[in-house]
Write a protein that binds this ligand. Sequence first.
Ligand code: AHR
Length: 496
Amino acid sequence: MSKAAIYLDTKRVISPISPLLFSGFAEHMGRCIYEGIYDPASPHADVNGLRKDVLAALRELNYRSIRYPGGNFLSGYRWEDGVGPKNQRPVRRDLAWQSIETNQFGTNEFMQFCKEIQSEPMMGVNMGTGTIQDAANLVEYCNAPVGTKYADLRAEHGTHDPYGVKYWCIGNEMDGPWQIGHLNAEDYGKKAREAAKMMRWHDPSIKLVLCGSSNSAMPSYPDWDRIALEACWNQVDYHSMHYYATNHEDDAASYLALSAEFESFVDTLTGVLRVVKAKTRSTHDVYLSWDEWNVWYKDGSGNGHWTEAPNLSEEVYNLEDALVVAQWMNVFLRRSDVLKIACIAQIVNVISPIHTTRDGLLKHSTYYPVMLFNRLASGTALDVMVQAPMIPTKRFGDMPALDVSSSYNAETGTNVIFIVNRHQTEAVTTTLHWQDSLPTSIRSATQLAGTDPKAANSFENPNQVIAVAITPPDLKDSSATLVLPPLSFTVLEVAL
Ligand code: AHR
């Protein structure tokens, strides 16, 4: 059996962990909003039409912020369609997903939803068909005190006090030719800068997210990022990145080593941020917002054929997908000095850890790593030293069998260690060494593991791939040894 060692030191800190790394994304796409979050016809609906079972699962997932309303949908969205009396809201054709949009759920329903799950709203403004005036009007509608047109409109719609929405995304994937109103980097940079100015004049306290490349394979990457940032550096606070992981080649070894790809994407953009900061002679800092990330390759359906709430991209997640998701979140902690926001795309039905039918809810395999990170990672991220056997992969060369991250919360005295064993057949006997402190107890040990990388949950068999409590390893002075099974994700919560 292979052996590994993990060295932990609470003084070897990468950065404080931003709670917004544990955020989600909800788009008017497929059955995310309609039949997912909002479904008045469901026996589980509350008085506002929100699904109580979905709210409960989202609360358990502890999302700190939700990005809304898109996505590609955003670039054709007229926000004024989605506010005011429901019977007066227009039904429209959504060109992004070729679907029928009833507008029965809009900005105010979203604010209510965020309140229910105690998440912070993160709003997007339309930079496709939308004008900089529309963007500014929406900030006024959400954040201005009553006394002027759009703030009064909000009050007329039932909310007197401003919502105080802090986080705003200036468009979505504007580098993509598929985007409604796609722009080149220069044109987007100019439009985003002018929108940002107007939005901030309404509310100087807001934080703005600039569109970055839609993924690291875009031909314009990373020039798009540099050019847009050069135009907007002092006007924005975050720069977005999107990436969807695939395993089309069914190359499990490379797929299970994707943390290398995630890390390299962050590192390249970190370099771009440094260059632009230097070029603009600025003292201002811009951080990264990975505001769309997930596994997405089995169900790529995106055409709703002009129906309401069509079944689009309802990916079923398996064990290996859950191990990729866990590594992604390890990377969030390991790069927490520059990554401050991350939103899993999406939160219900569409490429989501949660799947609903009208009266049922299923938790996919990916639910568990998301829940464990979102609930347990806090405080500071530690720079962990790992010695592990190497595994050959086609895409990334030799990669260590273990992918590890760790958090330390000094207030609660809790150290959490997140470990993926990406080896497909071998268990790894792993010793943890606490170098600067004596652990007093292991509060919990949780594991998601299996022998079949393709195993997935279903309504008939919902507990095929779930995280379960395991017997914690014994502490011996300042170390503990446990056997990590192949294809596993293990989380230890340790009192220091
Ligand atoms: O999340 C689904 C889609 O993926 C989003 O609408 C778009 O931004 C991305 O391409």
